[in-house]
Design a protein around this ligand. Structure first.
Ligand SMILES: [Zn+2]
Ligand SMILES: [Zn+2]
Length: 126
């Protein structure tokens, strides 16, 4: 990727090509967190106090976005209701935020997440 004739945004788009939704979210998480570090470096070189503050705020935004995507793509290893072990990432049910429940608990809640009201779907981690 040293070809300077390729625009940075094209390089970024190419990173996402061919990835499934979960892989795209996990990659974006890493890029957002890396972006946060870039904002922090820019802030440290900024002499204008207000601009520095805004850049640090931007860094926090990037890190928060990256953290959200990381949360949404990281499987949990036990049921949030009964504590049953769910070491097989393909077992159990989870919502989009990875609130995770064993199959009996998920069924007892009619497949509705008690935290966010989202649908609990069978986990699909490979
Ligand atoms: Zn359970
Ligand atoms: Zn939820």
């Amino acid at each position: 990727m040293n070809d300077k004739t390729i625009a940075p945004e094209q390089v970024m788009a190419s990173l996402f090509r061919g990835l499934n939704r979960r892989e795209q979210m996990a990659l974006m998480s890493k890029l957002e967190i890396a972006g946060g570090a870039v904002y922090r470096a820019l802030a440290s070189g900024e002499s204008n106090a207000l601009a520095r503050e805004k850049l640090l705020k931007a860094a926090e935004d990037e890190e928060r976005n990256g953290g959200l995507l990381k949360l949404m793509t990281t499987p949990k290893d036990k049921c949030e209701k009964c504590g049953a072990a769910l070491t097989d990432p393909a077992a159990g049910h989870a919502c989009s935020f990875q609130c995770t429940f064993c199959d009996p608990c998920a069924a007892s809640m009619n497949l509705v997440c008690p935290n966010c009201s989202g649908t609990l779907s069978p986990r699909v981690f490979a």
